[in-house]
Design a protein around this ligand. Structure first.
Ligand code: HEM
Length: 81
């Protein structure tokens, strides 16, 4: 269980730039990945998912289908959808 706040999709979609913060969702979790964008091995492509779901992009870029990628993502969790 977690005590993280619950956010609506509308709130998530307000965060789609480095200045407003970059949030994404994945499997019901909400992640503030603003500080990870500059470290992303795939560069600024990561911003395509800003404000929305990672799943469609990670389905295309299967490099993310690895435990170590999920570990990185988990560090940025800020809430639940
Ligand atoms: C590679 C993390 C979102 C495109 C990677 C790698 C990590 C990573 C750790 C290196 C994997 C490895 O080689 O073992 C993340 C995280 C994301 C995210 C934490 C979201 C929070 C995205 C999105 C896209 C994307 C949305 C595309 C729209 C790529 C590409 C690579 C890559 C193309 C391969 C780069 C290369 O090896 O040249 N990502 N990624 N990523 N990512 Fe992401």
């Amino acid at each position: 269980s977690s005590s993280l706040p619950v956010f609506g999709q509308e709130e998530v979609s307000k965060h789609r730039s480095l200045s407003e913060g970059v949030w994404v969702t994945f499997r019901g979790g909400v992640y503030d990945i603003t500080d990870f964008v500059a470290m992303h091995p795939g560069g600024e492509k990561i911003l395509l998912a800003a404000g929305g779901a990672l799943e469609p992009f990670w389905a295309l870029y299967a490099v993310h289908n690895q435990e170590h990628v999920l570990e990185i993502l988990s560090e940025y969790k800020v809430g639940e959808l």
